[in-house]
Write a protein that binds this ligand. Structure first.
Ligand SMILES: Cc1ncc(COP(=O)(O)O)c(C=O)c1O
Length: 439
């Protein structure tokens, strides 16, 4: 099991990449991979192989999109076949219509749909639409939630605990240099899972709030589940104040159920954004929403564009993905949740046996692992206060050495290509690594 992996060729490529790519990578998120960003050569099913020939059971899965596993035959065939007839028409084609109809079948709030290429873009479109529809400016977002890297929302995703939070709302903290100075002026940042904070904000600013945006499960911070009734309360508050509720389903969409978190929790948001699992690794994002709101894009009152939107390859991948998710009557989602559930159960047993104080939480198809000395984590601050990130890093490095690739930020993704044997191998590796870590 222990491969004693070497990363020499990756290291050589990475040093070479530093001369041609800024930071040697194309997304800053990838800088976090230990021991340094690795180069990968092939990926099939649940496994991925790097340029040094190390093969891993992969729980990173492209940061979530690969719900069917790597290189699924049905998806490759659909994309290859479609692209032989053309790639981009700057005009309409049947596949985009079929893909939109298939999304409508699965997603409860999808009365109308727009496709784009990244989650960041879909969130931008949702904000613009919400502001145009309500004729208001302010948007409530929650600390520790990530909605893409644009100036309008890249705040407080990983803010220091010293960031002041007077009267329940949290001072804006920009997560990058170079963001336009006033870009936080229309954001209100609140702690998540704290319904009182939302009520008092609406009491003070109700008439100015265009929308509340939330990850329905806080996947970007320790996979925190909403407290019972929390999402229902958000919905009620938005309705009462004529504001829109936006679910950012970029991670939860098509993963936690075939219709996303909105189907899982039976709460229909006014607008929702999807990406990642929508097309098994092809660049697709989706804005879905109520007809009356989405029609403002359709009428041209609200601008939404994109040269590569709904290109043939992406639409073939979306259509094939939607068909697989629905055809098998949610077999994919059942499998993801069952596999994730048994992995979580096994990790919890190891934790109990070794008394490590690990926290393992999430819906199953995606979950998070952290070392909190048994403390509960229900929002961003309780996560940062209680999670020992140094211990988790040691765990990640140990797992990589044993051929198990996990994310340095604690989030684990499952695919339908993972097998019961993969789960067993992962649990024995985890047991060995955790036993060897001195606590
Ligand atoms: C919840 C959420 N929203 C939006 C985004 C941005 O999506 P993209 O990276 O496709 O721009 C992400 C990316 O991880 C995300 O997790």
């Amino acid at each position: 099991m222990d491969q004693g992996n070497s990363f020499d060729i990756s290291n050589e490529f990475y040093n070479r990449a530093l001369n041609s790519l800024a930071g040697g990578v194309n997304s800053n998120v990838r800088l976090a991979e230990a021991p340094h960003p690795l180069f990968y050569e092939t990926a099939k099913g649940s496994e991925i192989t790097d340029v040094d020939g190390n093969t891993y059971i992969d729980y990173v899965l492209g940061q979530g999109p690969m719900i069917f596993g790597h290189s699924p035959k049905f998806l490759l065939e659909a994309v290859n076949k479609a692209s032989e007839s053309g790639q981009l028409f700057a005009g309409q084609h049947l596949l985009e219509l079929e893909a939109a109809e298939a999304v409508k079948e699965l997603v409860p709030n999808a009365e109308l749909v727009r496709f784009a290429s990244s989650g960041t873009e879909a969130v931008e479109a949702a904000f613009r639409l919400a502001r145009a529809y309500t004729k208001r400016n302010k948007i409530i977002k929650f600390e520790g939630q990530y909605h893409g890297w644009s100036d309008s929302v890249l705040f407080n995703t990983a803010s220091p605990l010293s960031t002041p939070n007077p009267n329940g709302s949290i001072n804006a903290s920009a997560m990058s240099q170079g963001m336009a100075e006033a870009s936080d002026s229309n954001l209100i940042i609140l702690p998540w899972n704290d319904f009182e904070a939302v009520v008092s904000t609406f009491d003070q600013n109700g008439g100015e709030i265009a929308a509340v945006i939330t990850e329905p499960i806080m996947c970007n911070t320790n996979c925190i589940m909403p407290k019972p009734g929390y999402l229902e309360h958000l919905k009620e508050s938005c309705m009462k104040n004529n504001s829109l509720l936006i679910f950012d389903e970029v991670i939860t969409g098509f993963r936690v159920s075939s219709g996303g978190a909105q189907k899982l929790f039976n709460i229909t948001p006014d607008l929702a954004t999807f990406a990642k699992a929508a097309a098994g690794g092809y660049p697709v994002s989706i804005l879905t929403g109520k007809r009356e709101i989405m029609s403002m894009i359709g009428s041209g009152e609200v601008m939404h564009g994109g040269t590569l939107n709904a290109n043939v390859m992406s639409m073939a991948a979306t259509k094939a993905s939607m068909e697989r998710l629905s055809d098998k009557e949610a077999q994919t989602n059942k499998k993801l949740n069952d596999l994730g559930g048994s992995l979580m159960k096994g990790l919890k047993e190891i934790n109990a046996r070794l008394e490590l104080g690990m926290l393992i939480q999430g819906p199953g198809s995606v979950f998070a692992v952290s070392f909190t000395e048994g403390k509960e984590v229900f929002d961003y601050r309780s996560h940062v206060e209680n999670s020992a990130t140094d211990k988790y890093s040691t765990f990640v490095t140990g797992m990589m050495q044993k051929g198990i690739r996990i994310n340095s930020r604690g989030i684990w993704f499952l695919s339908e290509s993972h097998t019961a044997q993969d789960i067993q191998k992962t649990l024995s590796a985890a047991s060995e690594v955790l036993e060897s870590m001195a606590f």
